[in-house]
Design a protein around this ligand. Structure first.
Ligand code: NAD
Length: 355
């Protein structure tokens, strides 16, 4: 399997976004996001998304250099419509605005509607944390065939609808962060399994008849079958409430609206300025106490250690900065093929990788 430095993955993403017509600032935002997702171990939301972005761009379902529309700016409420703008930039800029508002009002409720795929939601929690803000977000996925079968459903009816919540640490990062799809695995992880030709984990998928399967082919190739919600009715309930929070409250597009084959994310986020609530030091101290209390438990049989939310991503990042990042052959050839669709030569890709 080819192994790349994070710098090489950044360079390839940057090259592709620039050729799609993104301004420098946008190409940087996207490339940095994808590189960090790979570093964090979330290959589902790293450079493997580029072929989808190129397709969406060509089909007019992802708009580069988009200006979001401010729908409402009222006290702590900020409602923005991204109008299919390049998601990583739309979401980061929206969260930056929310951080500014939270500085004034103590908190901001941000509704970001109809952005092209915003990627790894944890990126925006990290952005908020870097400014001393706590962050909680519900996200839905629309304009895309449904992929999640809620509890007791034999058919998919919502997207992977992620949920993310984090508190800041004293080092400019997150003290603790939960960032997850409400399906047992993210859809991108089924894509990675399909590309690698390996089975998906047990209990993550159902086939077109609603029966459990580990074969991701039906879902990824034929758009039949579904990912199941994590945690039975509870994860399913969280996914459904994420759908309602991002549509009924935030005004984003619903999963059942007409689907053009894009990926539209809407997000309802709450950004809280911890400076008004004892400051980052107090928050980090409290989070550290909770961490210590949980880690003081005996390790359950069958486990090696106790990890807290955000620990795996921190470890992956440290390790991958050292060892590089493996990108499977199928994903890498899909990226090269996507680059060729927008006129990038093999030599240009090789030059970007070589730095
Ligand atoms: P995951 O299952 O790898 O991790 C989920 C959470 O559990 C993380 O916070 C992680 O730190 C924690 N965790 C993992 N293993 C742990 C362990 N052993 N002990 C304790 N905590 C542990 O993540 P996922 O559900 O596959 O989601 C992957 C990414 O996909 C996320 O970044 C999410 O934002 C993103 N996503 C985006 C969209 C979108 O449409 N933009 C949709 C779905 C998911």
């Amino acid at each position: 399997m080819p192994v790349f430095s994070s710098k090489a993955l950044y360079a390839v993403s940057h090259l592709i976004s620039r050729r799609m017509g993104s301004e420098e600032v946008e190409a940087h935002e996207v490339a940095d996001h994808l590189m960090r997702a790979n570093l964090a171990g979330h290959d589902s939301h790293g450079v493997g998304m580029l072929p989808a972005y190129v397709r969406l761009f060509i089909e007019g379902l992802l708009v580069v250099n988009q200006t979001p529309e401010t729908v409402l700016d009222f006290g702590a409420l900020l409602v923005l419509d991204a109008r299919r703008g390049y998601g990583q930039r739309m979401a980061a800029n929206a969260v930056r605005q929310a951080i500014g508002r939270a500085r004034e009002t103590g908190a901001c409720v941000l509704a970001l509607r109809n952005s092209a795929h915003i990627g790894r939601v944890g990126t925006y929690a990290e952005l908020a944390a870097a400014h001393g803000m706590a962050f909680t977000a519900f996200v839905n996925v629309a304009d895309h065939f449904d992929v999640q079968a809620p509890y007791a459903c034999a058919d998919a009816r919502v997207g992977t609808n992620p949920f993310c919540t984090a508190v800041p640490g004293t080092d400019g990062g997150v003290a603790m962060m939960l960032d997850m799809a409400t399906t047992t695995i993210a859809a991108g992880k089924a894509r990675v399994a399909y590309n690698k030709g390996v089975p998906a984990p047990e209990g993550a998928l159902i086939d077109a008849d609603g029966n459990p399967t580990t074969d991701p082919t039906g879902l990824i190739r034929d758009h039949a079958g579904a990912l199941v919600s994590f945690g039975k009715h509870k994860g399913s309930g969280l996914a459904i409430m994420a759908e309602v929070m991002t549509t009924a409250i935030a005004g984003g597009q619903r999963a059942d609206a007409e689907q053009k084959g894009g990926i539209l994310n809407s997000m309802l986020a709450v950004v809280i300025d911890t400076a008004r609530l004892g400051g980052v030091e107090t928050v980090a101290r409290e989070a550290a106490a909770t961490r210590a209390h949980i880690k003081s438990a005996r390790v359950a049989p069958g486990f090696e250690e106790i990890l807290l939310p955000g620990d795996p991503e921190r470890r992956y990042t440290a390790e991958r900065l050292r060892t590089g990042i493996e990108v499977d052959e199928t994903t890498w050839s899909d990226i090269r093929a996507a680059a060729a669709r927008i006129g990038i030569t093999e030599a240009e890709i090789d030059a970007a990788v070589a730095g």
